[in-house]
Design a protein around this ligand. Structure first.
Ligand code: FES
Length: 107
């Protein structure tokens, strides 16, 4: 099963397995990763699942959609070129080894 590493704002790294087809947000909530809230349940409507994609097969990431693009302007922590909504990142085998960093705050 593909794996994703989450790096907390305290630099603690946690690697979890994410089933193909599941979103990173769902997997993080399931694994009790601190720093992902996912208040809207994954409908790209809250921006509390913001992550910074640090490394991995970046070409395999889906493009930022129209709704995601709008919500990324509403993140609590600074938006950068690495910003994504983890509820819009659905796991594929090609994304195995992805590393994402959690922002200092989601609310
Ligand atoms: S869970 Fe709400 S925008 Fe991702």
């Amino acid at each position: 099963m593909p794996k994703v590493t989450f790096i907390g704002s305290d630099d603690k790294q946690t690697q979890i397995e994410v089933p193909v087809g599941h979103s990173l947000m769902e997997a993080a909530i399931h694994a009790n990763i601190n720093g992902i809230l996912g208040e809207c349940g994954g409908s790209a409507n809250c921006a509390t699942c913001h992550v910074y994609v640090e490394s991995g097969n970046l070409d395999a990431l889906p493009e930022v959609g129209v709704v995601e693009e709008e919500m990324l302007d509403a993140t609590s922590s600074e938006r950068t070129e690495k910003s994504r909504l983890s509820c819009q990142l659905f796991m594929t085998e090609a994304l195995d080894g992805l590393v994402v960093r959690l922002p200092p705050t989601q609310a």
